[in-house]
Design a protein around this ligand. Sequence first.
Ligand SMILES: *[C@@H]1O[C@H](CO)[C@@H](O)[C@H](O)[C@H]1NC(C)=O
Length: 185
Amino acid sequence: MSEFLLLVLILVLVACIFVTIAAFVIYSGLLADVVIKTGSPPVKNVTIAYKFKQGSYRDTGAAYTESCSIAPKLSSIAIFYDDPKEKPSDQCRYIVGSVLSEGEDKPDDETTKLYQKFGFKVFSLPEVSHAVTARFPCTSPLSHVVGPYRVYPQLAAYIESAAYATALTITKPQIPIDSKPAKMF
Ligand SMILES: *[C@@H]1O[C@H](CO)[C@@H](O)[C@H](O)[C@H]1NC(C)=O
């Protein structure tokens, strides 16, 4: 085979790899619409099982895996308390857990006990009438990496924007935002 042909083959291969990676990143949400709005949140009041953690928000994966592995059918939930731009990453607090029940449903006793056995705490979050919500499609494991890069800047811009200020004057949140998280511990 001539050297030229070999070079062309290598270039085609490299191009294929790049196209595949680009397609995968786009499929994972690189160009997806981020839908941000103020209104009723997607969940009612929920009872959750959770573990409190501290550390970089990049390393939350293991906590999700732990919580999911106890009851894979339950939805995951996480609450992040600190702005990672303002706090050193080792001081960033968060909880990760699973939603045991929502609204009028009662949590399953056995599942609750199982979570407690593995060191999870149980807590009920009240229903909130109005919240700022953002939606981002989760199409691949990479969506969890692409999502924060796409969503958080837009969420921050929305909260600074006139649209949010207008929404706030019409709809006051039921619960003062700064009075809740501290009660969880
Ligand atoms: C939600 O609130 C209702 C009314 O206070 C209560 O009966 C129900 O147990 C709560 N649900 C959860 C999942 O905490």
